[in-house]
Ligand binder design. Sequence first.
Ligand code: HEM
Ligand SMILES: Nc1nc2c(c(=O)[nH]1)N[C@H]1C(S)=C(S)[C@@H](COP(=O)(O)O)O[C@H]1N2
Ligand SMILES: [Mo]
Length: 522
Amino acid sequence: MWARRAWSSLAVAGTAWGAGELDERRHRVAQADGAAAPGSDARVFTKAEVAEHTTADKGIWVTYKEGVYDITSFIKNHPGGQDKIVLAAGQSVEPFWRIYQQHYNSKLPLELLAPLRVGTLDPSEAREEVDSSDPYSTDPERHPALTFHNKKPCNAELPATLQLQDWRTPAPLWFIRHHHPVPDLDAATHTLSLGGNGVDEPLVLDMDLLKCLPKAQIDATIQCGGNRRSGLNPFGKTSGIAWGTGAISNASWGGARLSDLLNLVGICSPEDAEEHGIKHVIFLATDGLQASIPIEKALNPFGDVLVAWEMNGEPLPREHGFPLRVVVPGVVGVRNVKWVNEIRLSSEEAEGTWQRGISYKGFPPHIKDFKNVDVAAVQSMQDLPVQSAIASPLPGATVLVDGEDDIVTVEGWAYSGGGRGIVRVDVSYDGGKNWYVAELGEGKDQNPMRSWAWTFWSIDLPLPPDVASRDSVEVCCRATDATYGTQPERPEPIWNIRGLNNVSWHTVKLNLQRTPEEDEAA
Ligand code: HEM
Ligand SMILES: Nc1nc2c(c(=O)[nH]1)N[C@H]1C(S)=C(S)[C@@H](COP(=O)(O)O)O[C@H]1N2
Ligand SMILES: [Mo]
């Protein structure tokens, strides 16, 4: 299956896992009868002590229930891949296993763990005190696999290791981009008010009424405008979170079409909009954020803008807007307003920094501060440009080579705004002198005019002939979308002070290592 290929690149050192090896281990474990080594649960550790064990030299430890395990020797044999299992280093495997339930479908994972037990978690450890005066004290618990940039407000990305695991990102792993504490709203009392130009009396809908509208189901990726910002920082400091490639995720969304809602209040056509001077649709949220989109996108039934109450078939989680968020497919993250309680039709864009201010505007590279800059004259971001990234191998991974027909399996995702489908992804090992065309995977069959979700890709990339005499290689990718527009090569020429839209070729440096002779003989 496509999504499972991430660990199968046998060229990457250490991830090789033969079926025979697994059987042998099963056998050995059966002999040990799943029992822990004698006395191995007698030592007691605090969570903080376990958390220090995240490197091979100290030993990589995890916990399961009250047990503490040293998994250092098992890591390279993990059927789900080395990169994934180390995400749990120093902490409990349970949040990971709740997502990857394979671990509960057989006894094998626990049987493998049993002989690795080194102790027991300290049962007397006090639970962390909750400071109820902290406005963030009611934020939801978050999955430890996320890469956290901040906790208050929470900003966290989907790590590259997990980007390709599921085409529809599981909700607990979805990237998080908040500007405030997470509202705690009650679906039973929550309402959405629809008013502004052309509407005499605002229409107020509760959740039950909203759900009477025809329900649409749309696969849509959301990407923050700052995704890959960290790639611009070497060329000048930018302001904002230094995102890697993970300020992006994909889900299936269920909800009412915004165009249907507009029709309800009598705005059905371009003429209606013009008559009432409606140019923008503003979304306001209970946390104080507001943003707007042009009426052209909002009214277009093919634009698929949703007022959504479902994510991957479940009610929205609090983190992602419960009970109601706007999903504006193809458009920069910030317009996808969570916890929305008001929609306002207007001749003007939304007020505030996220729309009219500097937050999501692209300035030319020579602008290094905002003195003498006419911010209002610069257009705010809407549709996103074409983007792609390599998710596997990770930067710095080691590839075994022997100089004869060496390949490395490279996998990633590509996405473009405006519903533009991905027509091609090219991958190169020499900075673009030679390109190889990747195979498109999940997402490739979307309507090319309404491709709201990302497309996965994969390639067995040949390595250059001189690979055996080098110690590294840089692999890069670029995607082409339905306009035949493609990504720029370098980040410098598109550097901008807010660090937005870094869509330069994504490059990953890999280390090369000669295959040891004895391995070749085996
Ligand atoms: C530390 C203890 C762990 C043990 C002993 C363990 C063991 C295993 C075993 C035995 C399988 C094969 C399951 C089967 O299909 O029968 C498996 C698969 C898998 N594991 Fe783990 N695992 C551990 C931790 C993790 C963690 C922390 C992750 C985090 C993401 C993870 C992700 C996966 C995935 C995605 C697969 C499925 C691979 C595929 O089918 O393509 N595992 N693991
Ligand atoms: N109400 C509200 N909506 C919001 C935000 C916010 O802070 N508050 N953040 C925005 C930004 S900048 C992005 S990138 C996306 C992130 O959505 P996610 O947290 O569900 O990934 O939500 C947007 N909608
Ligand atoms: Mo964002």
